[in-house]
Design a protein around this ligand. Structure first.
Ligand code: ZN
Ligand code: ZN
Length: 127
């Protein structure tokens, strides 16, 4: 019984994240899910979705953690190597999936995670 409810909550939360144009914080997800499940359950579901690799976590410059859907094709092993844009005016965080950051690292370093966040004014605020 409990499992069925969790599955429903999980697909509802994934749906919320996937249909949002901007990355969402835990609080925003909780608001949008309209009391579907409690705070702890949402955390657990977000963790699960990250393990399943359908969403990813973004650390914003102001310290809030936000979540966004993954739009890329999944290969055996991959890195989320796109750029995030953080707007200082409306505080939205957007995935710029087509922007690939380039970098060079000293040899013998193994990159496992990339966290590129650009901040400034987003296109909606820049009109
Ligand atoms: Zn903005
Ligand atoms: Zn992203």
């Amino acid at each position: 019984m409990k499992n069925t409810r969790n599955t429903v909550a999980k697909s509802a939360i994934l749906e919320i994240i996937q249909s949002s144009k901007v990355a969402l914080s835990h609080v925003e997800i909780q608001k949008l899910s309209e009391g579907l499940c409690d705070r702890v359950t949402i955390y657990r579901i977000l963790d699960r979705l990250m393990i399943e690799d359908v969403i990813h976590k973004i650390a914003t410059p102001d310290g809030t953690v936000k979540y966004a859907a993954c739009h890329h094709k999944h290969e055996e092993h991959h890195i989320h190597n796109h750029v995030h844009f953080s707007c200082e005016k409306c505080h939205s965080v957007t995935c710029l999936d087509t922007v690939k950051p380039s970098y060079s690292i000293p040899k013998d370093y193994l990159v496992k995670e990339i966290n590129f966040t650009l901040s400034g004014i987003c296109k909606d605020c820049n009109e």
